[in-house]
Design a protein around this ligand. Structure first.
Ligand SMILES: NC(=O)c1ccc[n+]([C@@H]2O[C@H](COP(=O)([O-])OP(=O)(O)OC[C@H]3O[C@@H](n4cnc5c(N)ncnc54)[C@H](OP(=O)(O)O)[C@@H]3O)[C@@H](O)[C@H]2O)c1
Length: 294
């Protein structure tokens, strides 16, 4: 199987590449100067050049705040490029695996979201992701859409890195108590992506949309408390107080209040169990301090 990975330099893409290497699965991961999602001709050229059997897209425009100020760029990268990619994959009979997000839901549901729930995205970024999913479903029947909950890592931009940076530098850090999600370590996300790809490589044809999330849901303020408790073993933290806000107090586009995703379908189809995140969180926090990211 020839695998083409788009977004191999990103948070999840790097972990996917690392796992492919561990498992001796060959993948081609063109950098942005070869495959730029803003240039449709570069997408077509890569597909033609490499003739992949499976294309995995971990790339995209991911800043919800900036997206409100440059919607056309966000839609070009997240939606229009996925339409081009889906057409190309369908033409060449390649499978398209697309990594999506809980943000396509409005977060008003009290229970975990299932794949049957109707998306209702708020804001430019979430709308572009939902429209990308729709383009892929319409244009490339042989696709897998994998929606993830709160992806965490001690690197790059995500909730865990934000909290670690803030509690090291600030005496007071604002968190919200009315937002719930499932921390999903980025290496665990990669494990699931690679497990799905391996089954596709064995001829499975379970096309459609799946959810994956770490195996425990928690509010943002409780998650911050867990992070502080772990981090305080490594550094004398500056933080003295967690300021409890409400989602409504935050400016701009709000993230969904509920980012909890049900993982029943991915378990019954692929046999993928969702893993607890607390052990990996402790390891990531250790790496944050040992790598000098603080
Ligand atoms: N991170 C989260 O909290 C989270 C949560 C749920 C779902 N997800 C989903 O997971 C996916 C990956 O997220 P991530 O956090 O791993 O992303 P990330 O770290 O922000 O990485 C984005 C990737 O996209 C590439 N990229 C951006 N613009 C591009 C362009 N015009 N042409 C080609 N490549 C471009 C970047 O390449 P450069 O290195 O060249 O910039 C980078 O490899 C996203 O689809 C997101 O919806 C993420």
């Amino acid at each position: 199987m020839k695998i083409l990975l788009i977004g191999g330099t990103g948070l999840i893409g790097q972990e996917v590449q690392r796992l492919f290497l561990d498992k001796q699965i060959h993948c081609i991961a063109p950098k942005r100067d070869e495959l730029n999602l803003e240039q449709p001709e570069s997408i077509d050229a890569c597909l033609k050049n490499y003739q992949p059997d499976i294309v995995v897209n971990c790339a995209g425009y991911n800043d919800p705040v900036k997206a409100e100020n440059e919607p056309s760029k966000c839609f070009r990268i997240n939606r229009d490029a996925m339409a081009t990619l889906a057409d190309g994959c369908h033409r060449q009979q390649a499978i398209l695996v697309y990594i999506s997000t809980y943000r396509i839901f409005d977060g008003s549901k009290k229970e975990a979201y299932t794949e049957k729930d109707i998306p209702n995205p708020a804001g430019v970024l979430a709308t572009s992701r939902w429209q990308a999913e729709q383009q892929i479903s319409e244009r490339c029947p042989r696709h897998i859409i994998l929606r993830l909950s709160w992806v965490i890592s001690h690197r790059r931009t995500n909730l865990l890195k934000y909290l670690l940076d803030q509690i090291s530098k600030e005496q007071e850090v604002a968190v919200v108590s009315d937002q719930q999600g499932c921390p999903t370590p980025c290496d665990d996300s990669a494990r699931v992506i690679v497990a799905i790809i391996q089954q596709l490589g064995c001829g499975a044809e379970p096309w459609g949309t799946y959810h994956y999330a770490g195996a425990e849901s928690i509010s943002e303020n409780r998650f911050a408390e867990v992070v502080i408790s772990e981090a305080s073993q490594f550094q004398d933290l500056k933080i003295r107080k967690l300021r409890m806000d409400k989602l409504n107090d935050r400016n701009g586009i709000q993230a969904p209040a509920n980012a909890t995703l049900s993982c029943r379908k991915i378990l019954s189809t692929f046999g993928v169990h969702n893993k607890p995140w607390r052990g990996t969180l402790a390891r990531m926090i250790r790496s944050y301090y040992e790598s000098g990211s603080s």
